[in-house]
Design a protein around this ligand. Structure first.
Ligand code: ADP
Length: 592
């Protein structure tokens, strides 16, 4: 009931806001705009009703309007071109690159969307539909579902097969390749990147020389181990935590060696690579493919092949629906978590029933099921993390970077109520215990300018901008004087690095005294699943009777134990990189 109330309150406030921001699709720029018309010898309408020419239309994608030009003759679609867009690299850009050709080849707008890039796909499809209507097409002719491909069974042989193309899988694949193995990655979605590509891309590091030189960040490995263990309620596997953090500085050197230029991030202990998470995924895949690695998209692993007690390959469902058998010397499971499997989550933790998730649709826990089927042990499955600051109606996570850079959370009375940079589970709980179970996140222009991801929330219409505190107070439906007092107290606390009310830790220098200000209503949403397959520090999968399963490795969110009962922000990508690299090394060594 409380959740329903909270959801309705946020939904109503958001619908009002989205209405104000004119974010509904199609947008104003969506007016059909014939560009050039080629005269036809016979009046086109007499042939098929299509008037030859080029027609443009723009529909709202995920982050921007997607302007599409469609050229037709009297009979058919000749070309589809995306003229303008600002969709996310590595996600929407895949739809921009692939869908136009699919539409032209099939002469249909009833094509499948690119999974993982659905919103951009629909913007393109709607652009073509609009153009066809402008050309006077008989729409029925272009709305035939293209025939499904004939399924073909294939069998491949390789040294290492990696299931899942997120940060963990691509790191493992690349490192196995660098160690001389033939490697195939299978990815069930139409694009790689999983949850990783949707994250901020920042990863925690302790004790790297750049941090020491810049006197910025965590220098002490032991302190960071303790922070991670305490954050995880000491349920973590201490050996995995120690291994991850002791290897964190080395991982910065590894990504540098690969060709990235990591930078010290906004969050004081973190690093990022330019372009953040999309840049990381695009780069890992590019380096892997340049070295001769193979990525098979739209290929869903369903089973691990075992021979004489050792993993010997996988069975998968291919892009055309055929059976794909990959015989391999070693198998790496890197399928991510189960944060999008809401039914399973509600079973595992009934208190999370009805929560939204910000996970990508492929995060359904397949790797855990496949591993259990071959005797792997699993742990902590009911340890599921909510991210405190999710915009519920669009399930958009507002990165920790907002609060770590000095943003605050304010309740419906216009007051702060917690230390904003506390562990995620504590902040989530604090928000849920406020009136209606939600809070407003407040940041300002300086914070927006500091981080491309945060700018993106404004681009997609989730963050709202206000020039005055009075307007901000109106949006939040709170007394202006109360909000002003909250802001004044906060600005003073930052200046004095002392927060007598909630004991915030001031690792930033910005206060919120200068506008414009930005705000969004937030509430916790499913974010990370801490439970998963039991591994050791070699990423070898451990069976229910405590033994290593030969040839079977796992890394990333599909594993359990690294984060215990609560993951520390910034430790997910570190986990993927450190254990992904290890899985690559160890699987390549195993096949030798
Ligand atoms: P991690 O952070 O551990 O790398 P991600 O969620 O980023 O996890 O990536 C996991 C990837 O694995 C996703 O791209 C997801 O689509 C993919 N995946 C999940 N299940 C399967 C499966 N059965 N077969 C192939 N790929 C899968």
């Amino acid at each position: 009931m409380k959740n329903l109330k909270k959801f309705l309150a946020i939904l109503i406030s958001t619908l009002l806001v989205l209405g104000m921001a004119g974010c509904s699709s199609p947008t104003d720029t969506n007016q059909p705009e014939p560009v050039e018309e080629t005269p036809a010898e016979t009046p086109a309408e007499e042939q098929t009703g299509m008037k030859p020419g080029k027609y443009t239309a723009a529909f709202r994608g995920y982050k921007s309007d997607v302007k599409v030009e469609t050229e037709v003759d009297s009979e058919k679609i000749i070309s589809v071109k995306v003229l303008e867009h600002k969709e996310t690299d590595g996600i929407g850009t895949h739809a921009v690159e692939r869908l136009p050709k699919i539409i032209v080849d099939s002469q249909s707008v009833k094509v499948d969307t690119i999974s993982g890039a659905t919103t951009t796909s629909y913007a393109i499809i709607n652009g073509v539909k609009d153009a066809l209507k402008q050309a006077g097409a008989d729409m029925k002719k272009f709305e035939l579902v293209p025939p499904a491909p004939t399924p073909k069974d294939v069998t491949l042989d390789t040294d290492v097969v990696v299931i899942g193309g997120g940060a963990a899988g691509l790191s493992a694949a690349l490192e196995a390749r660098r160690n001389g193995a033939e490697v195939i990655v299978v990815e069930k979605m139409d694009i790689t990147g999983g949850n990783t590509i949707r994250s901020s891309g920042a990863f925690n590091v302790a004790g790297h020389k750049l941090q020491i030189e810049a006197n910025k960040g965590r220098k002490d490995i032991e302190e960071f181990i303790e922070f991670t263990m305490t954050g995880g309620h000491n349920m973590n596997d201490p050996a995995l935590v120690r291994y991850m953090i002791e290897n964190s500085a080395g991982i910065v050197d590894w990504v540098t060696e690969l060709g990235f230029t990591p930078e010290i991030g906004e969050t004081y202990q973190s690093f990022t690579v330019p372009g953040y998470a999309p840049g990381l995924i695009i780069g890992l895949q590019k380096f892997f493919e340049e070295m001769g690695g193979k990525v098979m998209l739209s290929t869903k692993a369903t089973e691990i092949i075992m021979k004489d007690g050792a993993a010997a390959g996988i069975i998968a469902e291919g892009a055309d629906g055929g059976k794909v058998t990959i015989n391999a010397g070693a198998v790496v499971i890197a399928t991510g978590g189960y944060g999008a499997n809401l039914e399973w989550i509600a079973e595992l933790d009934p208190s999370l029933k009805g929560f939204v998730t910000n996970n990508h649709p492929g995060a359904t826990g397949d790797g855990i099921v496949m591993a259990q089927a071959v005797g792997a042990a699993v742990r902590d499955l009911n340890e599921i993390q909510t991210h405190p600051t999710v915009h519920v109606p669009t399930a958009t996570m507002m990165t920790e970077g907002c609060r770590n850079a000095g943003g605050i959370l304010v309740n419906t009375s216009g007051k702060r109520f917690t230390n904003e940079v506390n562990y995620r589970d504590i902040v989530s709980e604090a928000i849920l215990s406020q009136d209606q179970g939600f809070a407003y996140l407040i940041i300002n222009q300086e914070i927006v300018d500091s981080n491309g991801n945060i700018q993106g929330y404004y681009d997609i219409g989730v963050l709202q901008k206000f020039d005055t505190i009075a307007d901000l107070a109106k949006f939040m439906n709170v007394e202006e004087s109360v909000l002003q007092e909250t802001m004044d107290k906060w600005n003073k606390a930052v200046a004095e690095k002392n927060d007598p009310e909630f004991n915030s830790q001031f690792t930033w220098i910005r206060n919120l005294s200068k506008g414009p200000w930005y705000s969004v209503a937030v509430s916790p949403g499913i974010h990370h699943t801490m439970g998963g397959i039991v591994i050791n520090t070699n990423t070898e999968v451990i069976s229910t009777d405590g033994k290593v399963i030969p040839g079977l490795f796992a890394c990333g969110e599909v594993t359990g134990g690294v984060h215990g009962g609560n993951r520390v922000g910034g430790n997910a990508i570190l986990d993927c990189l450190v254990f992904g690299k290890t899985a690559g090394e160890k699987s390549a060594a195993y096949i030798k």
